[in-house]
Design a protein around this ligand. Sequence first.
Ligand SMILES: [Zn+2]
Ligand SMILES: [Zn+2]
Length: 181
Amino acid sequence: MDSALFNRVAEIVCQLDVYDGAQIEFLDALEVSFDCMVCKRKRRTVIFQLGEEYGRCTPTNKCVGFSGRLVAKMPAVSGDLFSVRYVIEYAYAPFLDVKYDDESIDYPTWARVNFLVRCPKCHEKIKLSTQSNMVRPWTQVCTCGELLYTEIDDMPLLEWREKTYPIVSCPKITLRTRTPQ
Ligand SMILES: [Zn+2]
Ligand SMILES: [Zn+2]
């Protein structure tokens, strides 16, 4: 698909406040739930990989590919705060779900972000992820017992816009940092 047809932008934002010395490296792949106008099914989990031409709509044997792609990954570090912003461009036009006949929506409803955490004590790198609809607060502990990070708020933040309009967010939550101990 020609990227000129992409009429929506979604941004998936994740922020983790680590304990002293832990380090986070956000990976190039993430999963996001979209309504897919290619296979006309709602709430498909789409796997995006930086550099790939299309997102892979799952199950992949039922869809040739999602009408959009991951165009950027922007990690940032500020003290103990590691954050990332993934930018997805996609095409959307309303449709009815072929199985349930209900109307599609144009924005993402769920996401999972993947990352490596380097433990400051044992120096192991552990592959972890965080996703919408998880029980929080959640404290991640290394296999050696060291505290790595605590999640307080729902994550990731899901934002989207039409290409010519200002960004909107859902759910309406604000990022908060861990209270120092
Ligand atoms: Zn699909
Ligand atoms: Zn450790």
